[in-house]
Ligand binder design. Structure first.
Ligand code: SF4
Length: 259
């Protein structure tokens, strides 16, 4: 699967920089590690569907692996007059998975550095592994590193590790939010995204959980993005639902991150 990335916050970031939203899959496949993984979008849905449709079973294997064939994708789309891209990196896996070597992670970051017209979003649940090898990696200004956390337990483990990782730009994706997360003791990143679960069997997300996170973002002037509500009880999500009378789709200013 390649082409336009349909994740709304990636689309909005791409629009801001005058670019195109794209997937980039240097890492595919994974292993569930926490409550947020219960209905993993790739393992439960997208991956099996791609293989059923006759796509390359090696490239889309559920076993976490590095995709050498993807390494030139952003480079081929990069040039002095090329349109910028906003890439969601490894949406079908986790760059910090133990099957991915340090050298492969470094190579992925170096592709980002070599393509400064593009913007990159890397989400991981394995931030402690990324933090452990931080001394070997120099993250460029066009790469945003984020943690994904679904509940307080995961958040408490991950936010501090992200905070200690020397990266120019950091963000949180609190999705699927399956329990309240008290973020008041944390140092907020540059961007906070919240969303409910969309897959079959979606777990509920209470509006007050979203509201509490939104309130902290407002008081700290942190851009807040309410991506979607939960499909629980209705079988579908509403994208960018209103909260307290308005849509919350705030973005940081990404324009200084790309040339
Ligand atoms: S870390 Fe992400 S890709 Fe890996 S199993 Fe969990 S939800 Fe799926």
């Amino acid at each position: 699967m390649s082409g336009a990335c349909k994740v709304n916050w990636v689309e909005d970031a791409a629009t801001q920089i005058g670019g195109l939203p794209r997937w980039w899959h240097p890492v595919v496949g994974c292993t569930k590690i926490s409550a947020g993984c219960a209905h993993c979008w790739f393992l439960e849905s997208v991956g099996p569907a791609l293989i059923r449709r006759g796509q390359d079973p090696v490239k889309w294997s559920p076993v976490a692996h590095f995709n050498e064939c993807e390494m030139n994708v952003p480079v081929a789309e990069h040039g002095p007059r090329s349109q910028r891209r906003a890439y969601f990196v490894g949406a079908y896996g986790d760059i910090g998975h133990e099957n991915i070597t340090d050298e492969q992670i470094i190579r992925i970051v170096e592709v980002m550095r070599a393509t400064p017209r593009h913007l990159y979003f890397v989400l991981t649940k394995r931030i402690r592994r990324i933090a452990e090898i931080a001394h070997r990696i120099s993250w460029p200004n066009n790469a945003w590193l984020g943690i994904s956390a679904a509940d307080q337990r995961a958040f408490d483990i991950r936010w501090g590790a992200l905070e200690m990782t020397p990266v120019p730009h950091v963000f949180w994706s609190l999705e699927p939010l399956v329990g309240p997360i008290d973020i008041r003791g944390a140092v907020l990143p540059e961007w906070v995204i919240v969303g409910g679960e969309s897959q079959e069997g979606a777990r509920p997300m209470e509006t007050d959980w979203v509201r509490a996170i939104r309130d902290k973002c407002v008081t700290t002037n942190t851009p807040f993005y309410y991506k979607q509500d939960s499909a629980y009880g209705k079988g579908r999500v509403t994208h960018k639902p209103a909260l307290d009378g308005r849509v919350w789709d705030e973005l940081p200013d990404f324009r200084g991150c790309v040339i």
